[in-house]
Design a protein around this ligand. Structure first.
Ligand code: NAD
Length: 395
């Protein structure tokens, strides 16, 4: 049994830890670090941990040697570097959420420290585990569309996700987390580099925070949506999103003897998620386009599109013999010569929770790498450096 500890037991780690329930017997959760008391207590109960195995501070956990074999780090971006370095110095293998750190030097330092300590660090680039992108890699590797000349990728960041995460949420200031393109699209960039095998020699980037600024607030609007006279007609209303439609509410910690409705009402009155979308002090881009030129002359463009209700991705690989179009969970190969189209539909996977099961597979892969001295995780930190380099260049 691999002894696992979880650092930051929020949305992502909560999902990865479902692995323990899906594959009982391969790993055991022996400790958690979680500063939020409600989340800490909920996780303690969920995994049957003793109180002394549940730490408020990472430093306390790391000060005791030999606590585990491996850690999953799903804390905020700003904590990844110090927590990953401490884990490596203790000899713990690491499954690390993306983005790996807050600057490229830190990413390189983690990779160097891991290599020196012979510790395995896997990065949570879950797209590589999704059947659509695995199929695309297989198709491109077979050479079916000839030489890839250009790739155009669109990431749809639905408006609710944008508001919850990058406008009101914890990723709304680059200095406290990371630029939005890096936060949201680094695994897209990784997927594009992985599927095409491209190495990037230059990057051009254009983007800005265009809309969610105080000067664009509707006339007469107040600081909180709950008492705003124009709330009912505003497309960015927190009340509409969290109360009327009840979306993106799973991650609000609910203490014992308090109802979720009470938590939400309190949040709407005083919390960060009840604020007017135009008055959040946010500074990350709400639109960005990044163009990369590979050493082989391939052009790759990524558009982060946040003014849409749509979620997901659309990618077109153009080649000398044909093109591959991936839209959501469907992949089409269209040949130039005879117009023949072959379709691969993974729609049935879409219904599966946890990124179509990829969140569980990535943990399974990591546990296998920890068990087997001759194996590395599917995405070792050394493989994740290039996508981070590109995204830090894009800014
Ligand atoms: N791979 C993906 O698809 C994907 C998707 C979303 C987010 N992420 C990344 O995953 C990470 C976690 O995001 P999330 O959505 O789970 O956020 P979250 O806020 O739900 O969870 C983070 C948890 O870390 C805790 N925490 C805060 N400070 C900490 C500290 N110093 N040490 C340990 N824990 C601390 C918080 O209380 C919270 O419970 C982020 O780096 C984020 O960018 C990855």
């Amino acid at each position: 049994m691999i002894r696992l500890a979880a650092i930051g037991v929020g949305n992502r780690t909560g999902k990865y830890l479902r692995y323990l329930e899906a594959y009982p017997g391969r790993a055991a959760l022996v400790a958690i670090v979680e500063p939020d008391p409600v989340r800490r207590e909920n996780a303690r109960k969920r995994f049957g941990l003793a109180a002394e195995d549940c730490y408020e501070y990472a430093d306390d956990f790391f000060s005791e040697p030999g606590r585990c074999d491996a850690v999953i780090i799903g804390s905020p971006d700003s904590e990844h570097y110090s927590e990953a370095m401490q884990a490596i110095s203790r000899g713990y293998h690491v499954l690390l959420e993306k983005p790996v750190a807050q600057n490229f030097g830190q990413c390189e330092a983690i990779a160097r420290a891991a290599a020196k300590a012979r510790v395995k660090v896997g990065v949570c680039y879950v797209l590589r585990f999704m059947p659509v992108y695995r199929k695309i890699k297989e198709l491109l590797d077979s050479g079916i569309i000839g030489r890839v000349t250009d790739v155009s990728h669109q990431e749809f960041v639905g408006i609710d996700r944008m508001l919850h995460t990058y406008v009101r949420g914890y990723w709304n200031k680059a200095s406290e987390s990371n630029p939005s393109f890096l936060s949201k699209c680094c695994h897209d960039v990784d997927m594009l580099l992985w599927t095409t095998g491209a190495r990037i020699k230059s990057v051009q980037s254009t983007g800005s925070l265009e809309w969610y600024r105080p000067e664009n607030a509707p006339a007469g609007s107040t600081d909180y949506c709950i008492d705003c006279p124009v709330e009912k007609t505003c497309a960015y209303s927190a009340i509409d999103m969290y109360i009327r439609r009840g979306v993106w509410t799973d991650n609000f910690p609910v203490p014992e003897r308090v109802s979720k409705e009470e938590v939400l009402q309190e949040e709407m009155r005083l919390g960060r998620f009840g604020r007017c979308a135009f008055k959040c002090g946010n500074d990350v881009a709400d639109r960005q386009v990044v163009t990369m030129l590979s050493t082989e002359g391939m052009l790759i463009t990524v558009l982060m599109n946040t003014f849409t209700r749509r979620e997901g991705r659309r990618t077109v690989y153009s080649g000398t013999e044909g093109e591959i179009v991936a839209d959501g969970w469907k992949v089409e190969v269209r040949m130039h010569k005879d117009g023949k189209v072959v379709t691969f539909d993974y729609g049935s996977e879409a219904a599966k929770p946890l990124h179509g099961g990829a969140d569980i597979e990535i943990v399974d892969d990591f546990i296998s790498a920890v068990e087997d001295p001759s194996r590395q995780p599917a995405i070792p930190i050394s493989d994740a450096l290039e996508s981070h380099r590109v995204c830090f260049m894009a800014g």
